[in-house]
Design a protein around this ligand. Structure first.
Ligand SMILES: [Zn+2]
Length: 88
């Protein structure tokens, strides 16, 4: 197995990066983001850690589920959550 992932949407090569314990695959063409399902537990922990280390202006996400979708595009300033930073 290689480390190359193919985007399920546009078949372009996805780049792989890690954010803490979580592996994130991001398409270079359509910027789709794929999170490995097995990492969802780590994602929850990372989210909690992120808020612990962040200022009072952030709010925890209400719920994280396997079928969650990427947040809509928005002006990138500072991420309001760890999850959001993954899609930045
Ligand atoms: Zn793509």
């Amino acid at each position: 197995m290689s480390d190359e992932w193919t985007c399920p949407q546009c078949q372009s090569t996805m780049s792989t990066r890690s954010a803490g314990d979580v592996t994130v695959h991001q398409c270079s063409a359509c910027e789709g983001v794929f999170l490995e399902r097995a990492d969802l537990g780590n994602l929850v922990e990372a989210e909690n850690d992120w808020h612990r280390d962040s200022g009072p202006l952030t709010q925890p996400l209400p719920r994280i589920s396997p079928d969650m979708t990427a947040p809509p595009p928005s002006p990138r300033r500072s991420a309001r959550s760890y999850i959001e930073s993954l899609f930045a």
